[in-house]
Each structure stands twice: as C-alpha cells, then as structure tokens.
Design a protein around this ligand. Structure first.
Ligand code: ADP
Ligand code: MG
Length: 276
C-alpha cells in the first residue's frame, strides 16, 4: 500500500485499524473495511509493507534469500571472470563427487574438509596440496572453494589461478598492450580475493624456474601473506623451497603447518581402471 493512498483511505474512514502492531516496525496494522466495517484481510503495515497473512518470518526469509541470490551472482561472477583456467568444467568439482575409495583418499578428503571449516571460520589458512599429477589436488582445492562459498552464503570472494595457464596467457599477451593490460588487471583482482587457489605451481620447473616465473609467483604469494591461500604443486616441500626461495615462502609455510595435504602415495586417478 502506498503511504499516500493509505492516508487518503484512512481519512475517508475506509480502513479498519487493528489493535495488533506490526512486528517489524511497531505501527498499527490496517485492512480495508467491508460493508459492515469488518476488516477484509488480516491486516498489513502501511509503513514497512509487512502482511499478516504472509507472516513476519516469510518476509525475513524472502529478504534473506534475495540478498543471498544477489551475493551468489556476485561471487560466481567474480570466480568465473577473475580466475585463470583452461576448462570451465573444473568449477563442477565438489566434495561429494570425490570418491574416497582408499584410506588415503578418505584422509585427504577429511583434511580438505577441515581446511574448508577453518576458512568458513575466517581463519588465515595457508594450505599446500602436494603430490603427483592426477591425484585429485585440483579436484579437492576447487571443492574447498565451492564449499566455503555455499557455507558462507556467498560472503567470500574466491578465485582460482592455474599457474601454468597464467604463464601461457602472459606469454601470448607479449606484444599486445591490450591483452597485457587485461591479464594484469585480472591478476590485480585475483590478489584482492579473500581466498585463492594457486594451482600447479612448479609443474613447469624440473628443478629450475625462470626469473620471470619466479617473480610472477612471488607477486601472487606476497598478496596472500595476510589472506587465505591453497597452493597445489607437484613439488615436494624442500623442492618448493629450493625453487621459490625461503623469503617468498616463509610466511606461507609458517601458516600451513597444520593444513598440508600430501597426495604422494596415490597413483594417477585418471589412469586407474573405472575412472572416467
Ligand atoms: N578420488 C577421486 N574421486 C573422483 N574423481 C577424482 C578423484 N581423484 C581425481 N579425480 C578426477 O581425476 C581427474 C584428475 O584429478 P585432478 O584433481 O585434476 O588431479 P591433480 O590436480 O592432482 O593433477 C579430475 O577429473 C578429477 O575430478
Ligand atoms: Mg591439478
């Protein structure tokens, strides 16, 4: 009911005034009168729009759901626009699609769920997933992101960076100022995310990485000193230190002590019988 319409009807005596007050804002509830001056509905608040038929909770729920949907749109747009990846299908990874057939896989799933709990709890988590190709590192890392988004009702900004793809995109952008600016702008936004997955760090380096790669990784890691990070790599802890250096890694490693997942003893999931 429009407020002006309300006063017009009120002054004409067209409205029935209940003794009940609006539970949202405290004004008397009103309804249009019938032939015998009886109220024609259960009453509504002309100030805030509360309607007794629908109930207080419904309105609160509807509003919550409206904002949750708006946040979801923002968070998903951020994730898909800012992330660096090769195939969109990675965003389908979820905990419940991770098959924990072995004790080791159950342990990894359990550890990843704990990482997710800590992130939901707003803890500064730095977590390193180490292990060979095809062992489920990316699957579980994305699952954590999706789980945190859902459980925080999309109150976090999260992003994913396939480091190898980033190197490729940077290389391809050389010579094009526009492409370079685009990818650099994307990276600047990634750095602002609450949580990032930096995927496949070190895969390119059989022992050595170029200064360019190191600088790019160092910049991303530096942005994470006070923010959450999940790092996946095929390098072992000591190799990671050798390649990227103590200085770049020390803050990250300091926080990661209880959050590291070691996938080493698994063979490539994709090469196993029965795996898609
Ligand atoms: N335990 C698992 N249950 C279901 N799918 C898995 C499992 N481990 C790996 N996969 C799937 O195998 C493929 C390779 O896993 P991925 O996470 O990309 O490995 P990594 O990042 O360690 O190289 C992906 O399609 C992933 O969904
Ligand atoms: Mg991977």
């Amino acid at each position: 009911m429009e407020i002006e319409q309300f006063w017009t009807d009120f002054n004409r005596g067209n409205l029935y005034q209940f003794n009940d007050l609006c539970p949202t804002c405290g004004h008397p509830l009103v309804a249009f009168k019938g032939r015998n001056d009886e109220p024609l509905s259960k009453g509504a608040c002309p100030y805030c729009g509360y309607r007794a038929e629908k109930g207080h909770l419904d309105i609160v729920k509807q509003t919550d759901e409206f904002y949750r949907q708006a946040r979801k749109n923002d968070a998903i747009n951020f994730l898909t626009n800012v992330s660096v990846f090769t195939t969109f299908s990675i965003f389908n990874h979820r905990f419940d699609k991770f098959i924990a057939g072995t004790d080791k896989q159950r342990q990894l799933l359990d550890q990843a769920l704990k990482v997710s709990d800590r992130l939901v709890n707003n803890e500064l988590v730095h977590s390193i997933f180490t292990g060979g190709t095809g062992t489920g590192k990316t699957h579980l890392a994305i699952s954590v992101l999706q789980d945190v988004l859902e459980r925080t009702a999309y109150r976090k900004k999260v992003a994913f960076v396939d480091f190898q793809e980033l190197l490729t995109q940077k290389k391809n952008a050389i010579g094009s100022r526009e492409d370079s600016r685009k990818i650099d702008g994307q990276i600047a936004k990634v750095k602002q995310a609450d949580i990032i997955v930096l995927d496949d760090l070190g895969a390119e380096s059989s022992g050595e990485a170029t200064q360019y790669n190191l600088d790019l990784a160092a910049g991303l890691l530096k942005s994470r000193e006070d923010k959450a990070l999940i790092l996946t790599t095929n390098l072992k802890g000591n190799e990671l230190r050798t390649v990227y250096g103590e200085r770049v890694l020390s803050r990250i490693l300091a926080h990661s002590a209880n959050n590291n997942l070691i996938f080493n003893s698994l063979s490539d999931y994709r090469l196993k019988e029965g795996a898609k």
